[in-house]
Design a protein around this ligand. Structure first.
Ligand code: SAM
Ligand code: SF4
Length: 348
């Protein structure tokens, strides 16, 4: 367990130049995958028999602290903890406690996580105490049998319990739903109605061609969000909202319920020009783009020396190489730009 800050406090450092890539995009948002392991095997994310990374390759929680603190020191203001399933990593609450010092110092504006919700009930109060104000929970169906099939080994009831615990602890919950052809069409209205009654935000995400178990299979499962939006419009009056959260989601408000619904469309409407985020894997690779190969190995820099200046420079060099955008494309029924790397590795 982490006891005390392990690296320089971001507040104590001189204000650095912001992290900027070669296309003048300022990078302020870090997603960190703290493990590639997961208690589910969602069919669109992982193979059923998946080979996880050797534990020795994973960054220790102390190393994750040092690395994330370096990013905060370089101007990252939003940190999302993801995975794999972040809450299955042993002592992960020690990491959240360590990161909360950057909220206290004001260097970090938001500390948050994306989770499948299976372990949320037992961690919700501690997360809230660490300053986590919002949590994204991935949920594709409210039907227990379909949930078990899609996640291959997950159970719906503990997830719903986790969501209730998060709300009770004072956190806002956003539900993330991956749109799947032949599946989500029937889930759409039950999910929208349930989110309205429970007071959760809801965002739909287009399926990305990632994962080693045949990204080709994703072509048939791809459901453009324009189709879901058209179905919604049959029952609700939709008002497009201008607001963005600086991220890829675009929102509409449903007049009848007042709900805000988000759409993330990496395939049908690419949003790379405004991308402000980078991803750090649990082995210390920095992926400046989710949909491109080309990562920088920060673990070896981290382990080579305790010199923070060398680490800062390696981070700046990696960000400078952020590509213009991804090449995902399913148009004309063929697949381009697929990534064999699974979402559980890079961190969704
Ligand atoms: N285990 C946590 C969870 O499920 O929320 C965090 C990690 S998961 C990789 C993060 C997000 O990636 C989830 O919302 C999941 O639905 C999404 N995801 C996984 N595979 C995807 C794919 N092929 N296309 C689009 N989203 C995907
Ligand atoms: Fe696990 Fe999340 Fe991937 Fe599902 S989407 S297998 S819960 S990492």
């Amino acid at each position: 367990m982490l006891q005390a800050p392990l690296s320089l406090d971001a507040k104590a450092r001189p204000v650095p130049a912001p992290l900027t890539d070669g296309f003048c995009r300022s990078v302020r948002y870090l997603r960190v995958s703290v493990t590639d392991r997961c208690d589910f095997r969602c069919s669109y994310c992982m193979a059923e028999r998946v080979q996880f990374l050797p534990r020795k390759d994973l960054l220790s929680l102390e190393e994750l602290d040092r690395l994330c603190s370096a990013f905060v020191g370089l101007g990252v203001t939003k940190l999302r903890v993801t995975g794999g399933e972040p809450l299955v990593r042993r002592d992960i609450m020690g990491f959240f406690r360590a990161m909360s010092r950057h909220l206290d110092s004001g260097a970090l504006r938001e500390l948050t996580l994306t989770t499948n919700g299976s372990q949320l009930a037992r961690h919700a109060a501690d997360l809230a105490a660490c300053g986590v104000a919002r949590v994204n929970v991935s949920l594709d169906t409210l039907d227990a049998a379909r949930f078990a099939t899609l996640t291959r080994r997950g159970q719906l009831a503990p997830v719903l319990e986790g969501i209730r615990a998060a709300q009770a602890a004072g956190m806002r919950v956003k539900i993330n739903t991956v749109a799947l052809r032949g599946f989500t069409e029937t889930e759409l209205f039950p999910l929208v109605d349930w989110c309205a009654s429970e007071g959760h935000d809801l965002t739909f995400i287009e399926l990305m061609p990632m994962g080693e178990d045949g990204a080709e299979a994703r072509i048939g499962q791809f459901l453009p969000l324009a189709e879901l939006r058209a179905r919604l419009a049959e029952r609700f009056a939709l008002t497009p909202l201008r607001e963005t959260t600086g991220g890829p989601a675009r929102y509409v408000r449903l007049t009848e319920t007042g709900q805000k619904i988000g759409f993330i469309t990496p395939l049908s409407h690419n949003f790379c020009e405004s991308c402000n985020r980078v991803r750090l894997t649990c082995t210390g690779e920095l992926y400046p783009c989710l949909g491109q190969e080309g990562a920088s190995d920060l673990r070896s820099v981290l382990r080579a020396s305790p010199d923070e200046a060398a680490l800062d420079q390696a981070i700046r060099d990696a960000i400078a190489r952020k590509p213009r955008g991804h090449d995902f494309d399913y148009s004309r029924g063929t697949l381009r730009g697929a990534m064999a790397r699974g979402m559980n590795h890079t961190g969704g």
